[in-house]
Design a protein around this ligand. Sequence first.
Ligand SMILES: *Cc1c(COP(=O)(O)O)cnc(C)c1O
Length: 469
Amino acid sequence: MDWSDFARWGARISDWAKTYHETIRTRPVRAQVAPGEILAALPETPPQHGGAMEDVFADFEKTVMPGITHWQHPRFFAYFPANATPPSMLADYLATVIAPQCMLWQTSPAATEMETRMIDWLRQSIGLPDAFSGVIQDSASSATLAAVLTMRERTLNWSGNTEGLTGQARLRVYSSIEVHTSIDRAIWVSGIGQDNLVRIPTQGPTRSMDPVALDEAIAADIAAGFLPAGIIASTGGTGTGGSDDINAVCDVAEKYGLFVHVDAAWAGAAMICPEFRDMWAGVDRADSVVFNPHKWLGMQFDCSAHFLRTPEDLVRTLAIQPEFLKTHGKDGVINYSEWSVPLGRRFRALKIWFVLRVYGLEGLQTMIRNHVVWSGELCETIRTTPDYEIITEPVLSLFTFRYAPSGVEDLDDLNQRLVSAVNDDGRTYITQTRTDGKLVIRFQVGQVDVTREDVTEAFAVIQEIAASL
Ligand SMILES: *Cc1c(COP(=O)(O)O)cnc(C)c1O
C-alpha cells in the first residue's frame, strides 16, 4: 500500500466512522453472535499472496462488525463505560501513524514531557495536592500491580527483587471484599499469595472497611510474626460502588507505617466535580492513587492515571538500567518505562491533551453531572414501580435493583433470565452482580453520548421484556 492509497483509505474510514456513530442506535448493543461464529468465518491458514484493501474492508464489515459489542452505544449501561470521544480518536490516530515507542525521554521527548504535563493537569483536575506526581499506565490493573510491588519492596527493605520471597517473613496486604479482582491478581503476580490478602469486613451503606477490624487484623498479624505491607482501599468498587473511608484507613496505616493504594478506577473521573470529592476525603494522605480516564473521561482505552506521593519508591522497585537503555549525558530526565512493568509505551498523553483542550474541564463536568442526575432519576422511578426494588443506592451513577414480582420463589433465576433476555433483545445492555447473596441488576449511566431519553427508554425495554418472561 502506498501513501496515496493510505490517504484515500484514511478519508474513507473517517467517513465510515461518522456514519457508524450517527447510526449506532440502530445496532444491537451487545454482539448477537454465537461462540465460534467469527472464528469459523476466518480462514484457517494465512494468505500466501497479498490482495486488495477493498476486499479486506468488505470482509471487515461482513465478518468483524457482527461480532462487535458497541461500547460507544448510548444505551450501553453494563459494566462501566469505556468511552471514546472524537478528539481522543483523532489523537490516537495521530499517535498511531507516528507510532513512536516512548520508553525513554530520548525515544520521544515530546511524549515524555507531554505526559509529565498531562498527568499534572489531571492531578489538578481531580483535586489531588501537588505532593503527587504520576505516570500513565496502560490499565488500573497495571497501576495496582506496580503499587503492590512497591509495597512489597518497601516492606522487605528492597530485597524482594534480588532475593525472592523464599525465607522472608510472610507479607500481608489488607482490603475489603468490595475491591476489584485486579487486586487479587496483583497479589498473585507479586508473589504475596492470595492467603496473605486479608479481607476486612465492611460496614454501613457505603460498604467501607471497618477501621477497628482493620487495626485488629494488623495487630494480630504482627503478633503472629507476619509482615504487614499495605492497604488497598476502594473508591467506587466494581459491583455496587462500595467505598472505603480513606481518612479512617490512613489513620490505621499511619499507626503501623503501611503503604496505602486507592483504587478509584471508575469513580476517580467524577472527582473533576468538586462536589463529589467527599467520597474520597483523605485521599491526599494516600501513597498511591489510580483512576482511568479511559472509563469516564472519554480518553479512550488505554489510559490509566497513576499518582504517587514518592515515585522514587516505585522507580526503585521497577527500574532496570541495562547499558543499552542508559541515556548518557541526559541525567535528570524522566524515563517513564522505569515507572511501569512493561518497557514499551505508547504515546498516550496526546489524547489527554486533545480531549481537555476540546471540551475543557467544564464540558467533562457537565457530562458527568448529567449522568449522575439521570441515574438518580431512574433510581427513583424504579423505586416507585410495582414489582421492582432498589437493592443498593446510587454511588455516583451506579445503582442496583431487581425485578421482584410477588409469588416468584427463585428471584435470582428470574433476574438472570431477565438480564439475558434484555441483552439478547439488543436495544440496551445491562449486567448483573451478586450482593448480599442476591443476584441483582447493575445499572450505570456513563456513555458520552447517552441522553436522558436513552436512560428512560432502557427501563421501558426492561419492563417490556420482564412482562414477557
Ligand atoms: C475497571 C476497574 C478496574 C480495572 O481497570 P483496568 O484498567 O481494566 O485494569 C479496577 N478497579 C476498578 C474499581 C474498576 O472499576
